[in-house]
Design a protein around this ligand. Structure first.
Ligand SMILES: NC(=O)c1ccc[n+]([C@@H]2O[C@H](COP(=O)([O-])OP(=O)(O)OC[C@H]3O[C@@H](n4cnc5c(N)ncnc54)[C@H](OP(=O)(O)O)[C@@H]3O)[C@@H](O)[C@H]2O)c1
Length: 130
């Protein structure tokens, strides 16, 4: 098991929220926690640790994963964190990406900051039931 408190026998369902460290993903993660889910949350910065600590105050066991989902290795790391819980994934919110207005997001994709092929390939795998 990756983290204390992440026991298969807890009876709580497990959710993955990519981009759970801020914005929409952070609120999604909070809602999962309030509705009885344990969590694996991802983010690209150290904000993910702070978000995990806040979510634990809602009674959830939370595994934070800091990795860059624009890379193959980063996606693999996120998926490995899910697998290391030893628990089936009940829900996945594949939310990580570029926030901001439409122009900002388009520019980021145009600059290949987030190669969608990498993101889509492994996220499709994450979305399959365990
Ligand atoms: N806000 C909008 O109006 C809007 C409109 C349409 C679509 N969306 C989409 O909704 C999603 C969330 O938007 P938001 O406004 O909540 O954005 P946000 O506040 O900027 O949050 C983005 C989240 O994604 C994570 N992230 C970004 N790039 C990453 C990477 N390469 N690897 C791993 N994690 C990464 C960030 O992690 P860190 O914080 O740790 O860096 C953060 O947790 C995005 O996919 C966005 O494209 C948003």
């Amino acid at each position: 098991m990756r983290e204390l408190g992440m026991h298969a026998s807890s009876g709580r369902p497990l959710a993955l929220v990519t981009g759970g460290s801020s914005g929409i993903g952070r609120e999604l993660a909070r809602q999962f926690a309030l509705h009885g889910f344990d969590l694996v949350i991802g983010g690209s910065s150290d904000r993910v640790e702070e978000a995990a600590a806040a979510l634990r105050l809602n009674g959830a066991a939370v595994v934070p994963v800091r990795s860059d989902l624009a890379t193959y290795d980063g996606v693999e790391a996120a998926w490995k964190a899910v697998q290391e819980t030893g628990r089936p994934l009940a829900a996945a919110a594949l939310n990580a990406g570029i926030g901001g207005d439409r122009a900002t997001r388009r520019a980021a994709v145009r600059n290949k900051f987030l190669p969608e092929r990498v993101k889509t390939h492994r996220q499709a795998q994450m979305a399959r039931p365990s």
